[in-house]
Design a protein around this ligand. Structure first.
Ligand code: GDP
Length: 296
């Protein structure tokens, strides 16, 4: 479907094969192709521009070693810069607080928030042997709390009993209180989502954050919403202290450009990737794999 970046660049560099150092003009030609590759991978335009500027500075004047073509050289420089930006290592959760450690999961409706909450709970229970309690704070959408309870049963993770009419901050406090009394290690709060970032949603997120003092606040973003994802990330990170991102639907056609946009806009690590609907389909984020996928 897409030409790989190496293929694109071989055309650009055919005419300069054999020269010593990458000149500014050669690099600029190459970077036009890099920019197209990034945009095709759904990296947001301003993010792609800034990235290309930085890599241009880095590439100009680089000596082309004999064993590689200039095109391969540029691909390597771009790939290294991408991996560096996406985070060289996969980022762990930081749950080193007095238990229960609270993880607040935020994002727009439909991003995969509730599913990711259950996936994360299952993972913490099975891989990290944590005792996990989940609670849905979504009182706006009918059946949202029940949806989490259903997923909890599938994942064999406890959910906080539903009390009709209770408000999000009160549910959050009740979850933390129950977790303390019953010796849970981790509480995961699945917060309400809306179709767009709005003031009421942000006010609610802030209120929940101050009631529950989360150790981690993870923004869930659908990787298929490449360009829009930037606005979502801006909206949330302007109002609350995010600690990381979960990128969902990385099993789909997405080429992963949203990962780069998220990293740039939030400045926070991408901690997990959702790779399917099943509750086991959550993986630590691998920058090197995603860089390869973005470059095609
Ligand atoms: P929420 O409104 O943000 O809580 O979204 P949900 O968790 O209800 O997810 C919406 C839909 O996306 C559901 O059908 C999920 O099964 C699906 N979904 C969530 N994460 C992933 C993922 O990583 N890959 C795929 N293919 N589907 C996902």
């Amino acid at each position: 479907m897409f030409d790989s970046l190496s293929d694109r660049l071989s055309g650009v560099f055919d005419k300069i094969r054999g020269r010593g150092a990458l000149s500014e003009a050669d690099v600029r030609d190459a970077m036009r192709e890099v920019r197209v590759a990034l945009l095709e991978a759904d990296v947001a335009l301003p993010v792609a521009r800034e990235f290309v500027e930085q890599v241009t500075e880095r590439a100009v004047g680089e000596e082309v070693v004999k064993s590689v073509t200039p095109g391969q050289m540029v691909v390597k420089i771009v790939n290294d810069a991408l991996v560096e930006l996406l985070g060289a290592e996969n980022a762990e959760l930081n749950l080193n607080v007095n238990p229960p450690a609270v993880i607040m999961v935020v994002g727009l409706q439909g991003s995969g928030k509730t599913t990711s909450t259950a996936k994360l709970a299952k993972r913490l229970k099975e891989k990290d042997r944590k005792k996990v309690l989940m609670a849905s704070l979504d009182v706006a959408r009918p059946a949202a709390q029940e949806q989490l309870a259903v997923l909890g049963r599938q994942a064999e993770v406890e959910t906080l009993p539903i009390v009709a009419g209770q408000q999000p901050t009160d549910i959050a406090k009740r979850a933390v209180q129950s977790a303390k009394l019953q010796g849970y290690d981790v509480v995961i709060l699945d917060t309400a989502g809306r179709l767009h970032v709005d003031d009421a949603l942000m006010a609610e997120m802030k209120a929940v954050a101050s009631a529950a003092t989360p150790a981690e606040t993870l923004l869930v973003v659908d990787s298929l919403t490449g360009q829009d994802a930037v606005n979502v990330a801006k909206g949330f990170s302007a109002e609350i202290d995010l600690t990381g991102v979960i990128l969902t639907r990385m099993d789909g056609d997405a080429r992963g450009g949203a990962a780069l946009s998220m990293r740039k806009v939030t400045g926070k690590p991408i901690k997990f990737a959702g790779t399917g609907e099943a509750l086991d389909a959550l993986e630590p984020f691998h920058p090197d794999r995603v860089a390869g996928r973005i470059l095609g």
